[in-house]
Design a protein. Sequence first.
Length: 386
Amino acid sequence: MPSCSRDRSRPEDAFDVVLVGIAARGLAASARRAGLKPLVLDLFADEDTRALAARSLQLCRRDGLALDPDDLFAQLARHAGPDTPLVLGTGFEDAPELVGQLAARFRLAGSGADTLARLKQPFDFAHRLAGLGIPHPRVFSGPAPDGVPTLEKRVGASGGGHVRPSSQARGPGWYLQEQVEGRAVSALFLGNGTGARLLAFSEQWCAPAEGAPFRYGGCAGPLALEPALVEAIDSALSRLTARVGLTGLASADLILGAGAWHLIEVNPRPGATLDIFDAPPLPPLLRLHLDACAGELPDLPLLVPGAGVEIRAAGVFYAPTPIKVRDALPHWAADRPAPGTRIAAGEPVCTVQATGRDLADARAVLARRMDHLSRVLNIPSRAAAE
């Protein structure tokens, strides 16, 4: 794919919102569903992103899948007005200074640099959780205590590709977190700086790769959890939101065990579950995000399985070897690269989507589509959601 910005869609004179991230197609789809005209800047400018955007710009990338700040500021200065809401997706978790610089020049709609730092500095985060009485795994800067299983993580990273079992952090910028067993669940919620509103729960799974056993694989939902557990999580997220000033859409990663739960981390931005929750009966999630940034939380019930609610699943299809996309991908694939795009081993090819009668059915449909895509791309068949 091209390495720097390239306008690959027809220009328009005005935009209602500016969307920036490593991959911003989900945000663009939500914007269109809300009746907004988005300017979209990301690393891929995939076919469906370009179709959804009023204008799509492909940004320079550096260090793998990282945004280039110089190119980002250059493109925003050229194409984005200072009064148009700017919504950030993935790619800023480890860069609170960059978020602060963006907020100083543009109308940032979402959590600012201070909130990001409070949530993404693991020792400060753990200290705040302890003060709020929120269950969480222990974190360590030195070797793990005897008998305590731990995971090494990179400060501010996302996507799970950086996580691996270890009893010793490799150096500055890395830390150890106690490994707790249970079901991986994500809570989608809104914050307005003083309180939170839970929207839905989803389950998550990994797509292990060599050296990256916890690489993000996908999500499915909604889930129905016990009312007492929902109440406890809702209360915890409201207290945390008020303490750190979180605004807009966010997700909380949880581990649910036998009779216990732990808050692992919070991502203060719209995330991957847009693919399964930005659909009726929920309103457009980007509209809810903008309203929450203006202080308004919706009066919405928690989304749970039932009549009129589809169970949806979405998984990332990664290239196990270098590939070249030769044909258009099926309609159930999102983030579709244009034919002729070359993709390096380990990089995402697309997002695969599915629906089903229940979680098991949705994930089974997803697995079949993953295998179909492997055959279409001449890749040896593999399981999709183990």
